[in-house]
Design a protein around this ligand. Sequence first.
Ligand code: AHM
Ligand code: MG
Length: 351
Amino acid sequence: HAADAHRTDLMTITRFVLNEQSKYPESRGDFTILLSHIVLGCKFVCTSVNKAGLAKLIGLAGETNIQASRYSNECCVDAIFYGEEQKKLDVLSNEVFIKALVSSGRTRILVSEEDEEAIFVEPSKRGRYCVVFDPLDGSSNIDCGVSIGTIFGIYMVKDDHEPTLDDVLQPGKQMVAAGYCMYGSSCTLVLSTGNGVNGFTLDPSLGEFILTHPDIKIPKKGKIYSVNEGNAKNWDSPMAKYVEKCKFPKDGSSSKSLRYIGSMVADVHRTLLYGGTFMYPADKKSPNGKLRVLYEVFPMSFLIEKAGGQAFTGKQRALDLVPTKIHERSPVFLGSYDEIEEIKALYAAEG
Ligand code: AHM
Ligand code: MG
């Protein structure tokens, strides 16, 4: 009977968030509407990512479909590009999210990794939420079909003042929600609205995200470390010591495995489920690391903390950072609670 209920009583992401929001009597349903627009963006990008490999196969990349149709079956081309000029996937994803977010009527300021400037939503379409996002992260993995993803964080603006950049230059701990969608072997959306972290998998036949990973908790310890070790010659000493310890532990524990995809969403997803650490440290060449505070470090740190892990910058709790520019970078160490404790101790020791 239980299995039956499971098959016929589907917990979709919308139903899940509606349930959560009903705990707050002041809730107006705005968040649910905003989220459903984000979900639409994720579904669209998922479909586009899945078609991208096929487009490559028939030799379309970088060409309009008029040129392309010279080489291949026209009907097939139209089916893939809806008669539009082909856009690069990251550009296309950015457009889709911006249009979905603005048309929700629930947003005020948008910050995208793809746009130099923040987007201030026109007054007639304004709402209470500011959304910071990386529409398609992991660009180096796009062309070879490795997992990539969308990352987003959401702030709520309280009063009805004129929006200013300060509305989004807020520490990550002020976010009301954060999440990512991974375009991998399946399409998985992981979300936290403040209490716990939940994962939903797209059922392509229904076009709905179904709750598949309820109440994700990151293991307290981990057996995996994840970092671009090619940068090791430029690391600082606490970082070098931690990785040395992962490889040659002196306390009798077994050495850790290295896993690094180079797609933050995929690397963080694995870290959340299996435990361990994901690190993009500062190094001599990039004193602030590589990853962006607002739409990469904050949302992922928010999720990791809500799942029971920790996120650290090398100096402080990542979610305490106060960004001064929308595209600011920060080093980040995130993962299992005990692993990050160790990294914090190594940094503290060298003050
Ligand atoms: P991108 O925004 O250009 O895709 O860069 C971000 C990505 C992250 O997904 C990933 O964690 C990191 O860059 C990998 O960087 P590197 O290739 O230096 O290891
Ligand atoms: Mg990025």
